[in-house]
Each structure stands twice: as structure tokens, then as C-alpha cells.
Design a protein around this ligand. Structure first.
Ligand code: NAD
Length: 288
């Protein structure tokens, strides 16, 4: 396939590099100039004649601006595959705009981070027409290990922010429970051994344990270098609350997690740290 790839940052560059092993990839980025990818001089040039144009951009406003430019340049019937994490409303607006221009659109945000992008082991959660999903499936298979079709346009973003709202909430719960266990005199290894095999188990405890030296290797064992940075967690939690407001959904735990990560990133020392650094944050604090 001929693929245009727009947004070659931390995630986009390795994803494009993996695709370029099997496909004809032409990239565009306003800043990044990654090695090994043929670059166009504009987004429109990268999109022209492509069968699939992939975008991997920072937010919904940038996606909407780039979409307006590339949709005008794309061949009718071509697919715009957006892998950025953006608000559901932007994803749906971009899909509607694509349809009006005779294009197909898929929103397929990812889970798996920079390691997953580099190793081709991302998980994609996709929204959009079944036929377009089927056409893009071979690309998901190169860039990732799993792609789930979640329904119509915007449902990929919906799945991503619901997943990450659970992630933010459970990480906080896991971290505060470790600190309570510390203060009650419970050894962290014993705490892990019990919880990881009891009803409190979770991905944040069993796979990505926030306590250094306990459980499998995780960012906690590397001085909380990300991993998944606290500010990216905050971005996704804010998207969950934007969506919850729009859909009139009551999400008190998501709201509390958003407020706590906002405080950690914007008023404390959380920026640049892994989101599991909530554990040393709680450790330093008292009840009030
Ligand atoms: P990044 O900031 O490293 O990359 C974004 C790239 O987009 C940059 O290179 C930037 O120059 C480029 N860009 C900005 N405006 C542009 C424009 N108008 N035209 C062309 N290029 C433009 O970010 P990232 O970490 O690669 O993340 C990309 C997306 O993936 C985000 O939506 C993020 O939330 C999501 N995501 C990131 C991770 C992660 O671990 N980094 C994990 C899952 C999802």
C-alpha cells in the first residue's frame, strides 16, 4: 500500500518505520525529521495518492486542522486512519468531514506506549466502517499485536478513554493501599503476594507494580522514569471527563483521579515522572 504518515513523534516515527519495511511510506511532520522515512514537504503532499493516510498527533484541535488539509488532497475512497488520542467529538467530526469528501475514516487510538510502537506490539481500538477496518487490518498487524473493532466512528476513542480512566483510578487505589499497608507495618512483598492473587488484583498491581523491587520489572524499578508519563495520564483522564460531561455520565472516581493527577503534574513534582510515582507522592504525605 501507499501510506502517508503525518506526525512522526515518539510514537509515530517507530510506527512509520515498521510500516516502511513492507509498504511505501511517505511522512510529514512540522518538527521531527526521523531517519529512514521519506519525507514530503507538506501534509497534503504526503496524503496525495495514498491508499491510507495515518495521523499520530498531539490533540483534537491539531487533528481537525490537519484533517481539513489532507482530506482535500486525498483520493476518493482512500482511508484516513487516525491513531492519536483525542476527544470523541473531534474523532466523530473528522469522520463526518471525511465521509462528506468521499473518504473513509477510522479512529484507532493505541495502548502500549513507545515500547509497543517500536516493537510492533501496540493494541488498537478502532471505530468506523467495518470495510475500512478490514482494509487497514494488515497495517494494524504490522504495528501491533491486537486490533479490536469497537463500532462506529469515535468508538475507538471511547474505548481508549474508558480503559485509561480505569487505569488512572486503579493506579491511585493501588498506590494508596501500599502506603496504608506500610503504615500498618505490612511488608510490601507480602502485600503484593496477597493482593496479586486475591480480589484486589489488577494490571497496576500484577504487571506494573508501583512499589520498587516488588513484582515484575516496572518504571518503579527505574526511579519512576516513564513508562507512561503522569502528564499523558492526565491528558487521558481529562478526555474522559470531557466525554462524561458531554454524555451526562456520573464518573466520581474518574473526576477524583483527574483532580489528583492535575495536582501531581501541575502543582507538585509529577511532570516527567511515570504515573506510578503516585506511590512516593502518597508516601511523603499524611492524612490531611
Ligand atoms: P509527540 O509529541 O512525540 O509527537 C507528535 C508529533 O506531531 C510531533 O513530532 C509534532 O511535531 C507533530 N505535529 C504537531 N503538529 C503537527 C502538524 N500540524 N502537522 C504535522 N505534524 C505535527 O507525541 P507522541 O508521544 O508521539 O503521541 C502522539 C499521540 O499518541 C498523542 O495523541 C498521544 O496522546 C498518543 N499516545 C502516546 C503514548 C505515549 O506513550 N507517548 C501512548 C499512547 C498514545
Amino acid at each position: 500500500m501507499k501510506i502517508g504518515f503525518i506526525g512522526l513523534g515518539n510514537m509515530g516515527a517507530p510506527m512509520a518505520a515498521n510500516l516502511a519495511k513492507d509498504h511505501d511510506v511517505i511522512g510529514f511532520d512540522t518538527m521531527a525529521k526521523p531517519d529512514g522515512i521519506n519525507m514530503a514537504s507538506s501534509a497534503a503532499e504526503a496524503a496525495k495518492d495514498a491508499d491510507v493516510v495515518i495521523t499520530m498527533l498531539p490533540n483534537g484541535d491539531i487533528l481537525r486542522a490537519v484533517a481539513a488539509e489532507i482530506h482535500a488532497a486525498m483520493t476518493p475512497g482512500a482511508i484516513h486512519l487516525d491513531c492519536s488520542t483525542v476527544d470523541v467529538e473531534s474523532a466523530r467530526a473528522v469522520a463526518t468531514q471525511a465521509e462528506m469528501q468521499g473518504l473513509q475514516a477510522i479512529d484507532a487510538p493505541v495502548s502500549g506506549g513507545i515500547g509497543g510502537a517500536t516493537n510492533g506490539t501496540l493494541t488498537f481500538m478502532a471505530g468506523g466502517p467495518e470495510a475500512a477496518f478490514a482494509t487497514t487490518k494488515p497495517l494494524f498487524d504490522i504495528m501491533g499485536q491486537k486490533a479490536v473493532h469497537c463500532g462506529p466512528a469515535g468508538n475507538g476513542q471511547a474505548a481508549k478513554i474508558c480503559n485509561n480512566m480505569i487505569l488512572g483510578v486503579t493506579m491511585i487505589g493501588t498506590c494508596e493501599a501500599f502506603v496504608l499497608a506500610d503504615k500498618l507495618g505490612l511488608d510490601r512483598q507480602a502485600m503484593f503476594d496477597v493482593v496479586s492473587t486475591s480480589s484486589g488484583y489488577s494490571w497496576t498491581m500484577n504487571v506494573y507494580c508501583p512499589a520498587p523491587g516488588v513484582g515484575p520489572q516496572s518504571p518503579a524499578d527505574n526511579d519512576y522514569q516513564p513508562g507512561f508519563a503522569a502528564e499523558l495520564m492526565l491528558k487521558d483522564l481529562r478526555l474522559s471527563q470531557l466525554a462524561a460531561e458531554g454524555a451526562d455520565a456520573d464518573t466520581p472516581m474518574g473526576e477524583a483521579a483527574t483532580a489528583l493527577f492535575a495536582q501531581f503534574v501541575e502543582q507538585e513534582d509529577g511532570a516527567g515522572k511515570d504515573f506510578s510515582a503516585m506511590l512516593p507522592r502518597f508516601e511523603r504525605r499524611r492524612r490531611n
